[in-house]
Design a protein around this ligand. Structure first.
Ligand code: MCN
Length: 777
């Protein structure tokens, strides 16, 4: 019953309740038929093209950059180096948040100043009449550099003789953050019957959107205003960052995100590309386009994850968890970027997962290495935290000889709100129900009862992972504007790059206004259209943007009621409103429609005491975080001859509160699970010791193909969140959080008869086969 519903003849019945319906995504036709405009489709008269000269070395001093030959190539308009930026009024350094830092890193210059710290760092930018000449000229730029020893591993980087990425941070540690209570955790570890340990690698991932990053910058010399069309998840966020990098007031910058072919976190981050295009557009007074190649995305687009963690779970023989101690080395690459440096609460604060853990202590070190900067990849800290918690609980179940589901049930939090030992206040949930429903749907008992091996000799296993995800955060603006003909345009500060806000926001507003869904247009992605905006990340849009547009729609409805009272010549409290029609049955048989009211609101002779117009702007501020939760169950068969893992069954049960659109929610879960399986089984960025990225294309970096992704059975429970009127929680990242530990737990369960306790992600055939071979030796 969650199949997409096609609104018949231009929309569902006006009186129907659309929130909760699986309305088909209205944005797909344009995206699928090529009608949508992506950044690289943007054209302009006199458009020039920018490309970068990038460092081949991961760590080197730049001795000289000679652009003479490149600049003399026909059609080349400019070749910029750091000297050109230094000679201008432009600061030219990407801003980073230094909150909580133990050192003062110099920041990421748009073009290398004197040293490069990762392979692919931009050294010079070439602008030419077309992109081919720009590329040829880039090849003609002569860079002389003096290579330095590189370090690519965050633990090795802390060794006394390791190369230093910044003089200011001699041990390469950028920041140390602590969460929880160290003494209470020490006591719990000392008192518990046993302590279960894991040493885990959370593999470095490269976000793979269909569309590489791109920007088109235009400078209006008359207005002295910069417009940047770009692949952004957060147009207002990029406006603020560009303002710092370029030294322009925010009010002189407009950022527009046209259709964006996927973001997954890394299009929220500020990269040199858009800043260099803007610098060139202002300098040349011509529109300038920059589009990353796929390889450039691999070398120089922000990466995600890359944690190394030692963790201990203090647990009694009856299964009671007493404490959790976690020590994490988080690689932040050559230039830690904003959040990754100061480590937001999204990692440590989720370590309690669904369990009542009385004492937790987490120490996280952010470490510089000569690798591509780390920012966020779908989940941003929460998959890392959940992997630690759920692998530990999996390992504990095995040591205690407990059914992994029972061990979880024994420790699940049952009362809400619940404050964890790492300071998160879970708003609501029914964790046991979610677990039970997931186990039922998967046939857990039958899967557990299977023999260790099937007829083909494959090892059979079943695993699960529960999770809790913090969703939402901050404030968001939503504008609802009725036009004189009764149609409505909604503007929000969030940005949909695959999530389907055009559909879900229209569902919300249609319900609030009682008008036809097809009369509602949704617009996002223009920093000029809303007063401000925070953007789309952290599964925050439905909670913040959805509630903002809902509140604005309610305000519009209440104003419309006043106009209707005037049109019907009846007192306001006698006005009834249903399905787009205002009536006052005790006063008149006349009725008027929402469109009649809108026409009156913009017409001559607006009633005394009322303002003309029918629109409202709301800032929705989310005060309390909403915690999504769920349980995923995986059954696998592992071929000992080849190491191949076959996922035979995947059940995802997720609870994101009220679902605006269950079909879109399912799609979000499935996409997230596919990426979670990608992390668990295939994907990892690999560096050679000298800092050369060895996985620099899709030939080496294994993104799962459709046939690698099993059928995913999606299930749901619905626990409305008390934190917001819509009762919603976010869902955009849930799959990436639950899938990796669920898959690894299942494979470890399968390999238990061989005495294999753990295999690090990604569980490639080679790794699994090697683990089996080593175990047999
Ligand atoms: N939804 C719903 N009911 C809920 C929760 C969500 O109907 N209770 C719907 C929403 O209305 C929205 C979608 O599900 O259409 C996702 O909403 P939400 O969970 O609020 O997440 P965001 O819209 O803020 O999206 C961000 C999240 C993140 S952080 C990443 S990364 C991510 C993701 O979404 N990147 C994506 N999903 C993606 N999907 C696609 N196709 N492409 C990406 O780049």
């Amino acid at each position: 019953d969650d199949a997409p519903t096609d609104p018949p003849d231009g929309g569902p019945d006006e009186s129907s309740h659309l929130v909760g319906e699986g309305v088909a995504r209205r944005e797909d036709a344009a995206l699928l038929t090529g009608d949508a405009t992506f950044t690289d489709d943007v054209d302009a008269a006199d458009l020039a093209y920018l490309t970068f000269v990038r460092s081949e070395e991961a760590h080197a001093e730049i001795e000289s950059v000679d652009a003479t030959a490149a600049a003399s190539i026909d059609g080349v308009l400019a070749v910029y180096t750091w000297d050109d930026i230094a000679a201008s009024d432009v600061p030219g350094v990407l801003p980073i948040s230094t909150h909580g830092l133990d050192c003062d890193p110099p920041g990421h210059p748009v073009l290398a100043r004197d040293r490069v710290r990762y392979q692919g760092q931009p050294i010079a930018a070439v602008v030419a009449e077309d992109r081919y000449r720009a590329r040829d000229a880039a090849d003609a730029v002569e860079v002389v550099s003096d290579p330095l020893p590189a370090v690519v591993d965050q633990r090795e980087a802390q060794e006394p003789d390791a190369p230093t990425v910044y003089e200011d941070a001699p041990d390469n540690v950028a920041a140390v953050s602590e969460l929880g209570n160290a003494d209470a955790t020490d006591e719990a570890v000392a008192a518990a019957d046993r302590v279960v340990e894991v040493d885990l690698t959370n593999n470095r991932l490269i976000p793979n959107a269909l569309e590489p990053r791109a920007a088109v910058a235009r400078w209006d010399a008359g207005d002295e205003r910069l417009t940047v069309e770009m692949t952004s998840q957060s147009p207002h966020g990029h406006r603020g960052k560009l303002s710092t990098t370029l030294g322009l007031p925010e009010s002189d910058i407009r950022v527009v995100a046209p259709s964006v072919g996927g973001g997954f976190g890394h299009k929220g981050h500020h990269h040199p590309g858009e800043a260099a295009a803007a610098f060139a557009a202002m300098d040349l007074d011509r529109p300038v386009k920059w589009t990353a190649t796929r390889s450039e995305n691999y070398f120089a687009g922000a990466h995600g994850r890359d944690h190394r963690t030692r963790a201990e779970l203090a647990v009694d023989d009856d299964g009671t968890i007493r404490g959790l101690r976690v020590e994490t080395d988080a690689d932040v690459g050559g230039y830690g970027l904003g959040g990754s440096l100061s480590m937001p609460g999204w990692y440590g604060s989720l370590l309690s997962s669904q369990y009542d853990v009385p004492a937790i202590h987490c120490e996280t070190r952010a470490v510089f290495t000569n690798t591509t900067p780390i920012h966020s990849y779908r989940g941003a800290g929460r998959p890392e935290a959940n992997y630690v918690a759920e692998r530990l609980v999996g390992a504990a179940a095995r040591e205690l000889d407990f059914d992994p589901a029972e061990l979880r049930r024994t420790n699940q939090i049952t009362d809400f709100p619940h404050e964890t030992a790492v300071g998160a206040t879970y708003d609501s949930g029914d964790y046991e129900l979610g677990l039970d429903e997931a186990l039922d749907a998967a046939g857990w008992d039958d899967l557990r009862d299977r023999p260790n091996r099937d007829d083909e000799g494959r090892y059979l296993g079943v695993g699960l992972a529960c999770y809790v995800e913090s969703t939402g955060g901050g404030h968001e603006s939503g504008v609802v504007r009725a036009h004189p003909d009764g149609t409505v345009t909604v503007y929000a500060g969030t940005h949909s790059h695959g999530q389907g806000h055009g559909t879900t926001y229209a569902q919300i507003v249609a319900d609030e206004l009682g008008i036809d869904y097809d009369d509602i247009d949704v617009n996002e992605g223009d920093s000029d259209a809303t007063p401000t905006g925070t953007g789309t990340f952290g599964s925050r849009s439905t909670i913040t943007g959805g509630n903002a547009v809902a509140e604005s729609a309610r305000a519009v409805r209440e104003k419309a009621r006043k106009f209707a009272a005037n049109l019907l010549d009846a007192p306001e409290d006698a006005i009834e409103y249903e399905a787009g029609e205002f009536a006052a049955p005790e006063h008149t048989d006349d009725t008027c429609s929402f469109a009649d009211v809108a026409e009156a609101a913009y017409g001559w002779g607006v009633p005394e005491g009322m303002d003309p117009g029918l629109e409202a702007t709301t800032f929705f501020e989310q005060e309390d975080t909403a915690y999504t939760f769920g349980t995923h169950v995986v059954a696998v068969a592992v071929d000992p001859e080849t190491g191949a893992v076959d996922i035979e069954r995947y059940v995802a049960l997720d609870d994101c509160g009220e679902r605006v659109n269950p079909t879109i929610v399912e799609g979000q879960v499935e996409g997230g699970v596919a990426q979670g399986i990608g992390q668990a089984r295939y994907e990892a960025a690999v560096y050679a010791d000298d800092g050369t990225l060895q996985t620099d294309s899709m030939l080496d970096y294994a993104v799962p193909r459709s046939f690698h992704v099993p059928d995913i059975q999606t299930e749901a429970t619905v626990t409305p969140s008390p934190t917001n009127d819509l009762g919603v929680k976010g869902i955009g990242e849930a799959g990436t959080i639950a899938a990796p530990p669920a898959v690894v737990n299942a494979v470890c369960d399968a390999l238990e008869p061989l005495g294999i306790a753990h295999v690090d992600m990604p569980l490639t055939e080679e790794r699994v086969w090697s683990a089996i071979r080593d175990a047999k030796e």
